[in-house]
Design a protein around this ligand. Sequence first.
Ligand code: ZN
Length: 312
Amino acid sequence: MLGYDVRVVYPEVAEAVQGQPNIMSSTEPAATETQLSMTDEASPRRKKRGVPEGLWIRCPDCQTAVFRKEAEKRLGVCPECGYHFYVSAHQRIAQVLDEGTFEEWDADLRPTDPLGFADKKSYAERLVAEQQRTGLTDAVITGRGRVRARPVALGVTDSAFIMGSMGSVVGERLTRLVERATAERLPLIIISASGGGARMHEGILSLMQMAKVSAALARYDQAGGLYISVLTNPTMGGVAASFASLGDVVFAEPKALIGFAGPRTIKATIRIELPDGFQTSEFLLKHGYIDRIVPREKLKSEIARTIDYCGM
Ligand SMILES: [Zn+2]
């Protein structure tokens, strides 16, 4: 089921350190700059993520100034061009589940710093800073709830927490989610917003989560479960290479960035020009990697319809 080589499971790092012969020795500041500056409070790139503050917001796609309330009314979608803004995991849960039905699971699982990892700052400090900034304990929320009265198990990753990357806690929460969905015969929905792939701060412990979640999904599949994977912007690296790609049905939001390694790494490796729109939802739909592009406003109905169609 998992045919990848452990040495290439860190595309995001490979992206950052291309040109350096050994990607696993990437703890030098220069090597991690590209990835980790995203999580640094001082970084100017920070401001680009999410629906910015203010009464009016500028759509990064069509450049129109959009009335914030109007975008929020449309679940964080630009009313002019349909651009899908970042929304948090909590917002997504509210958008997909019936009001008041969410019951969180495994919220008491907390990340640790097993390797004593440090780049610009120590991983332990980074975790605390990310928790304070996002209000999340790690990059995924899992639990059960109802979608138009249908009981489901739901997991949602949040790209605001260390790029939505998968460390031990994300992997363990997702695995337990899948196992409970198996035991309770619930349809399973995982919404991915993970640009970071496997979290390098936990090294091999992050990498093994890919196999662990995938194995749980295989058992869920053998038990006859229905797994709907929803890919949002961005879904990359070890997340795309494990649970996000294993849905019985794979949906994607319009114009989402979805892939394994970043385009620069691929270009440098295979030395050919990449086609237009490479790694977008639309490109991947055309090439059979995803089943349907579902705009955010339609996601709840589409999930309910799929559950009914599959007789869960
Ligand atoms: Zn727009």
